[in-house]
Design a protein around this ligand. Structure first.
Ligand code: SME
Length: 156
């Protein structure tokens, strides 16, 4: 499943000239293919402010389109540069609820030339939805996206 999906993502990014359209399509493909992935989005670091900005997503719209560094799971990953799996969001004090349906979350930073420039964020309505395999998959997605952004001279 992950291998086929990675090929599809590569095809989407190779075919798509617009950065925003490409990323939105990647979010849609992932969300439609993996049943536990209810919300899929890409946040990117603002050029000057210590904030994450939502640039593409699939799933329910969220009001959390701007997240300060340090706030929530996403904001913590902006500072730690580490993958973050949350098995049960109720156990997290520093958590921003996008929807009361969400039970677990995974955030994986996106690096370009060694710099953390953004992240992919997945929410699931099932607790304990994410494992090491998801982490490995999402690291590979981010590697493809970083190459795509580089080809398009974009860091968002
Ligand atoms: N739950 C995230 C906020 C983003 S939403 O999941 C879309 C967090 O705690 O940072």
């Amino acid at each position: 499943m992950y291998t086929t999906l990675l090929s599809t993502i590569e095809q989407v990014l190779n075919a798509n000239p617009s950065v925003t359209d490409g990323l939105n399509e990647v979010c849609q493909k992932i969300q439609q293919t993996l049943p536990a992935y209810h919300w899929v989005g890409f946040y990117f670091h603002h050029n000057t402010k210590k904030e994450l900005h939502l640039k593409a997503y699939a799933g329910k719209p969220t009001t959390h389109t701007v997240i300060p560094f340090g706030k929530g799971i996403c904001g913590q990953v902006a500072l730690s540069n580490q993958n973050f799996i949350v098995d049960d969001v109720r156990e997290q004090d520093n958590y921003i609820a996008c929807s009361l349906d969400v039970k677990s979350e995974i955030v994986v930073p996106l690096f370009m030339d060694g710099l953390n420039i953004g992240q992919i964020d997945i929410d699931s309505n099932t607790a304990h939805a994410f494992s090491k395999a998801d982490e490995v998959f999402l690291v590979r997605v981010n590697t493809l996206v970083a190459a795509f952004l580089k080809r398009n001279n974009s860091t968002f």
